[in-house]
Write a protein that binds this ligand. Sequence first.
Ligand code: 13P
Length: 249
Amino acid sequence: MNTEHTRRRLVIGNWKMHGQRAANASLLDGLRANASAASACDLAVCVPFPYLDQARAGLQGGSIAWGAQDVSKHEQGAFTGEVSAAMLADFGCQWVLVGHSERRTLHGETDLLVAEKATAALAAGLTPVVCVGETLAEQEAGKTQEVIARQLAPVLALGAEQVGRVVLAYEPVWAIGTGRTATPEQAQAVHAGIRSQLAALGVPEVRILYGGSVKASNAASLFAMSDIDGALVGGASLVAEEFLRIAAA
Ligand code: 13P
């Protein structure tokens, strides 16, 4: 394994269902005003749909990109409540999360649907961040690699050209919002497994983020791992200073 880190780091904030216009304005201002401190990596925030235009207005022209947390697999039509990839592109989004564990668990999203959403995002020129991760029960049963391989299979089946344009995020469900982070070694082992699948497909340089209780205090040790290319940050992305400290790590 190459020990020198050649892939550009990427830190993405996932606001989840948090926000309110006044609070967003100060968060976005804080990010924008202080982002240069973290310019060694790519930065983005994925905000709730109603705030995409606020994110665009607050961040455009700066170094932080923005995106959404979900997207429809459909291009357009009678799909009440859904938001298309073209609509996200229309708001200047570069990024969209697909297959977050909260979508998989709470909304029954299947591995196939996640791959279809990734395809829709790519077709509109967005970069999908495909999230994978095992539950605590699966981890305790020693099924981590098997679960990740199953989740990734329909995505990898899209082929090297498409997969070469995605970002992957490993988020163990047991580490999300629990304060219980995977150890750097645990996360690295999973990332290395994913990396070898990517290498077999001919796209070893796809970025793989880690997510799950990432904070400024644990980011550096995670980022020291050879196959961890950045972070997908939930709770800590709601405080500008903390989020930028993670990026600076
Ligand atoms: P936390 O950072 O709050 O654990 O959330 C992780 C996550 O789900 C990011 O997508």
